[in-house]
Design a protein around this ligand. Structure first.
Ligand code: ATP
Ligand code: MG
Length: 786
């Protein structure tokens, strides 16, 4: 078999093996048993590049794991010669364990099994001096990164208020994700920050990192790439070392990861690249973070003589679940299209249920889970997958009330999030002036110039006089102990706390909470923040205020919180319901999956639609597909007719994805008893809905939702609109994009920002001077010629 062999569906193991493999084939090893022929081909095709392109639950991850076991068992490579990339550290741990089970011995010695970042940092430490670092370099977190960025901006004499450090941090991150060093940043983009200083600042920031012997997250790959490019000898060493390379979730690799892999997989002349990537274009859900689904489609071109293997049998889900998920994802235009079938039973249909509001949704799901538990289902086999993390709060509160154990995967529990703890600290310090921990937490959050030195003085005085810190502060602001500036700031802060305490007597506690968050500058801090998480944090803060509603006063609320926090101390190993985001659920599976919040604006998320138009919608749909395909036996979709958004009750419409589910695989259930509050949903629309019927918006469910909206509720959310341009048959998740059809100076119309003139063009991204909205960067597919 030669390298020129055209890519094909390989149903047969590759030839050209060694004796051990021939023997293994004659007497299939235990770990190969149970694999279907395509899976087996993917495991046994060890020579040359292999791409496994297959739908959810077809055993891609299992194939990778078995492939490693096979390589080890047949002696084709030692553990330290295998590079295996997983998407999370958790996935790496699980893979390590499973390989151990498959080959019947522990695999401690697989140093190169981990995430891109974990492997990148390991390589960098070994050659740190070649990229101007020492091997003990520190890795900066986002906060450090922003702090450093501020210094760089100040040093360049740029007004940080106009050009916030977070914005620069975001730009630099995205350049790093795309594998761009300061010299490689396209001129147009470098111009976009601080009137053309973006590129220079990036270079200055990199220089500062070196002086500090530090790297940020993006550097872990970018500096690796530079290392390989500038030191062919080092790269050759890794070529010799990594006899086999394997990558899971390949559809979500970004450009930097791709470049990194390509460098590592350039085999010396005459040798084959033993790279095996597995992925599913329908599960590409990190486009917003720079992932390039193109990578998977380019595989055949990039790696000569590759074997493409398709797996079509799904082993995870029942017929109805798979039918529903397959039908939904078929709406996407930018996809390859795959066959997926199951030999499993039809099973239970996917259920869709409507609740009056999000509180009722949480109560009903809590009841359903208790029912399942009574029937003997393990809580460990049940998950709730949410679109936005603020949705978790209502479930957590409900479960605490019910005494139902739960865990939040991939992030802190709601009340443990940094922004929630900060807000609670403000409330506690207002209500309980002796709460030093609370006061200390927020005395300089947002940054107001009350740094460590000031806090130390407060501490010393408080301890010496055995008084709380806030009392110490009140005394010290009347003295010369502190420098004039911090003294004034602290005095203002203490005045504010005094005022809030007085207002707690007259204002409602929700009103008070909002006032504190406003006046302290805390909300403002996140509003100015340009990082990807900031919007989510603001949502969480609103959710916090909303959650206070069911309490009589602030004291009652704070008491409840201390109970919730306490519950988190319980044992970790017991049976628990999992709560996680759809993004965090990738690769996982559960018997029963609840999918709450399928409402327009929340899912698909409005931000995604606003920022990325049709591509954004399709990414949201892939997320829905990921959600449904996590379920083995039961998938339960919910939506609420009313949700409190930005403090206002709003009538919400069922997600268009609800309408896109096929009648044949779905049961619309009317919640029993107290939950049948009516108006949420009507029963019959699935009888009439045609699969693939033309307009999503003409179905009865949709119409009803609109009528419902017209008849009274305040809705500030506009009905979803159609994008002005459709991208026919083009792959939509790409983020770098091709050249725009527009020219500088063209007049265009944008659905959100109105009319404007194009000032700059960079690929498919336009900088437009809008008549009303000012200068904005937008995606080309979201504007039309005016
Ligand atoms: P995803 O796209 O969600 O990451 P995947 O393609 O990686 O899914 P796996 O997680 O590897 O799929 O497998 C899905 C489930 O099917 C797992 O429980 C796995 O153990 C099971 N499975 C895979 N192949 C087989 C097989 N040949 N026989 C029995 N069970 C299988
Ligand atoms: Mg997988």
């Amino acid at each position: 078999m030669s390298d020129e062999r055209s890519p094909s569906l390989a149903h047969q193991p590759a030839a050209g093996g060694i004796a051990a493999r021939a023997m293994a084939a004659a007497r299939p090893a235990a770990y190969l048993q149970g694999l279907n022929p395509e899976q087996r081909a993917a495991v046994e095709t060890l020579d040359g590049p292999v791409l496994v392109l297959a739908g959810a639950g077809t055993g891609k991850t299992r194939v990778l794991t078995t492939r490693i076991a096979h390589i080890l068992a047949t002696g084709r490579a030692a553990p330290y010669q295998i590079l295996a990339v997983t998407f999370t550290n958790k996935a790496a741990r699980e893979m390590r364990e499973r390989i151990g089970v498959l080959i019947g011995q522990s695999v401690e010695g697989m140093p190169w099994l981990g995430t891109f970042h974990a492997i990148g940092v390991k390589i960098l430490r070994r050659h740190a001096e070649l990229v101007d670092l020492k091997s003990n370099f520190t890795i900066l977190d986002t906060d450090d990164q922003v702090r450093l960025m501020k210094q760089v901006i100040a040093a360049a004499d740029i007004d940080e208020k106009r050009w916030p450090a977070r914005q620069l941090a975001n730009a630099i991150d995205s350049w790093k994700n795309r594998g761009l060093t300061p010299a490689q940043v396209p001129a147009g983009e470098a111009m976009s920050f601080a009137n053309g200083k973006g590129g220079e600042l990036y270079a200055a920031y990199q220089a500062r990192l070196k002086t500090l012997n530090a790297a940020d997250f993006g550097d872990l790959l970018l500096e690796c790439i530079r290392l390989f490019r500038e030191n062919p000898g080092v790269l050759a060493e890794y070529h010799r070392r990594f006899r086999f390379m394997l990558v899971d979730e390949y559809q979500d690799t970004n450009v930097a990861q791709y470049l990194w892999l390509r460098l590592l997989s350039q085999a010396p002349a005459g040798e084959k690249v033993n790279l095996c990537c597995v992925g599913d274009d329908d599960q590409s859900i990190y486009g917003w973070r720079g992932a390039e689904v193109d990578n998977i489609l380019r595989f055949e071109k990039d790696f000569q003589g590759s074997t493409i293997i398709r797996l079509e049998r799904n082993y995870r889900s029942t017929g109805h679940i798979l039918g529903a998920a397959g039908h939904l994802i078929a709406r996407n235009e930018g996809r390859l299209g795959k066959t997926l079938f199951t030999d499993d039973v039809e099973g239970e249909r996917v259920t869709v249920a409507g609740a009056w509001d999000s509180g009722e949704e949480a109560r009903a799901i809590g009841d359903e889970i208790e029912n399942l538990q009574r029937k003997g289902h393990a809580l460990n086999d049940i998950a709730i997958l949410v679109r936005a993390s603020f949705q978790m709060r209502e479930f957590e509160d409900r479960f605490v009330t019910l005494g139902l154990p739960y865990r939040v995967i991939g992030g802190p529990r709601f009340y443990e999030r940094a922004e929630i703890r900060d807000a609670l600290a403000y409330f506690r310090a207002t209500m309980q002036p002796a709460d030093d921990l609370a006061f200390e937490r927020i005395v300089n959050v947002p940054k107001r110039g009350l740094g460590d030195a000031t806090v130390q003085i407060l501490h010393d005085y408080a301890r010496h006089n055995s008084v709380p810190m806030m009392q110490a502060a009140r005394v010290l602001v009347e003295t010369e102990e502190l420098k004039p500036k911090p003294r004034q700031t602290l005095r203002d802060l203490m005045t504010a706390f005094g005022r809030w305490a007085a207002q707690s007597e007259v204002l409602g506690h929700q009103e008070l909470a909002e006032l504190i968050l406003e006046e302290s500058g805390y909300t403002d801090m996140w509003q100015k923040d340009r990082t990807a998480e900031a919007a989510g944090r603001l949502e969480n803060l609103k959710e916090l205020v909303r959650s206070m509603e069911s309490f009589e006063n602030m004291a009652g609320f704070l008491e409840h919180i201390s109970l919730v926090m306490d519950a988190s101390e319980e044992g970790a190993s017991e049976d628990k319901v999992s709560i996680l985001t759809l993004h965090g659920a990738k690769g996982l599976e559960y018997d029963t999956v609840f999918l709450p919040g399928w409402e327009e604006g929340l899912f698909p998320h409005q931000r995604s639609l606003d920022e990325n138009g049709r591509a954004g919608l399709e990414e949201e749909r892939r997320l829905a597909y990921v959600g449904l395909t996590r379920a083995r036996r039961r998938a339960k979709v919910w939506f609420a007719s009313n949700r409190r958004i930005h403090g206002l009750w709003q009538a919400t419409m069922p997600s268009r994805f609800v309408d896109e589910l096929p009648a044949a695989h779905v049961d619309v259930v009317e919640p029993s008893g107290s939950y049948s509050s009516g108006g949420a949903f009507a029963m019959s629309r699935f009888d009439k809905a045609q699969p693939f019927s033309g307009s999503t918006y003409s179905t009865p469910g949709w119409q009803r939702a609109r009528e419902n909206m017209a008849s009274g509720f305040k809705a500030t959310q506009p009905p979803p609109r159609r994008e002005p341009l459709t991208i026919e048959g083009e792959l939509v998740a790409r983020s770098t994009g091709t050249a725009s059809v527009h020219k500088v100076g063209d007049r265009v119309f944008h659905v959100k920002f109105g009319y404007g003139d194009i000032a700059e063009i960079d690929g498919n991204k336009l900088t437009v001077d809008f008549d009303k909205a000012g200068r904005k960067r937008v995606v080309d597919s979201f504007v039309a010629a005016a």
